[in-house]
Design a protein around this ligand. Structure first.
Ligand code: BV8
Length: 253
């Protein structure tokens, strides 16, 4: 089925849906010029995930991990939400119920006006002590986070640990309450949309399939088929910044 036909089918279904569930990944921020992880030129082109997003990497090279997240935090603050983020926020105004779950840690959905965003992999904008969990004030970060891997790592105010971002690293459990809510919402959705994710990372990638198993119509919006595309009911091979505004305009007039 062509992308246009899939989009038309999705609009028809959204018109009568009671609850739409949306899972987003790095692709939804690509049009905000924030690099994705696995596309050519993506964040991890030059690094392996385990070299940066894992407790071991942080223990071995705190300044390397801190400087990478400091760079990403600055880039996210300098970026603007794009048409995809805004379209999701607009859809939420017109759907009886919309659940937004994001793997992204950039905070752009919230800046586009989405509320109750389930950040299942945490946020770049919350940092705490790696030892005590004590929150670290945002104002301290710009001055003290290392700009380069060879700079001294930023210690926490207590001094007993290092400053770490409140993101979920590989091998770390997702926030149990957030994941439980995401799974419960997936089970009650009429439609589940997977937008801008390669669907390689679990348990996030399982969410659209949990929705499908509970009876939802499932679709993805992604220029490239994700790892679960073949299991979904429809695939819209367009950038999110094109497809989502079309969806939103068709539904909101
Ligand atoms: C855990 C951190 C257990 C923050 C990230 C089965 C079940 C459970 C776990 C596993 C399992 N199998 C393996 C595991 C382990 C592991 C895992 O999934 N490994 C993978 C690689 C096989 N999972 C874990 O470790 C998870 N933890 O299970 O713990 C546990 C339980 C209790 C106690 C202890 C332990 C933790 C996973 C979280 C890892 N953290 N991020 C950060 O640095 O950002 S993951 C990272 O990759 C991102 O956060 C994101 O969530 C994830 C996926 O990336 P995407 O967002 O999809 O981005 P990607 O670049 O891959 O793709 C972009 C897509 O966009 C592409 O498809 C592209 O085509 C598309 N695109 C591009 N432009 C556009 C576009 N689409 C639309 N429009 C465009 N314009």
């Amino acid at each position: 089925m062509s992308a246009a036909a899939s989009l038309d089918e999705l609009v028809a279904r959204l018109r009568t849906a009671k609850h739409v569930f949306i899972l987003t990944g790095a692709g939804v921020s690509a049009e905000s010029n924030l690099p994705t992880f696995r596309d050519p030129g993506g964040l991890w082109d030059h690094h392996r995930p385990e070299d940066l997003a894992s407790p071991d990497a942080f223990a071995k090279h705190p300044a390397r991990v801190q400087s990478w997240y400091a760079h990403r935090r600055r880039a996210a603050l300098d970026a603007q939400p794009n048409a995809a983020h805004h379209a999701i926020a607009q859809l939420a105004q017109h759907m009886p119920d919309l659940t937004l779950v994001t793997q992204n840690v950039d905070g752009l959905h919230q800046r586009a006006g989405s509320t109750q965003v389930l950040e299942i992999h945490g946020s770049l904008h919350r940092w705490h002590c790696s030892n005590t969990g004590e929150p670290i004030d945002d104002s301290a970060l710009d001055a003290q986070l290392p700009a380069n891997p060879d700079d001294p790592p930023m210690r926490s105010p207590s001094g007993t640990g290092y400053a770490r971002p409140a993101v979920v690293w590989f091998g770390e459990g997702l926030p149990t309450d957030v994941l439980a809510e995401a799974e419960a919402k997936a089970r009650t959705a009429d439609i589940a949309l997977s937008v801008g994710t390669s669907a390689l990372v679990y348990p996030a990638a399982a969410l659209p399939l949990i929705a499908q198993h509970a009876g939802a119509f499932t679709a993805e919006i992604n220029p490239q088929p994700s790892a679960i595309a073949h299991q979904l009911d429809a695939s819209i091979t367009q950038p999110a910044g094109i497809a989502l505004p079309q969806l939103s305009r068709a539904l909101t007039g």
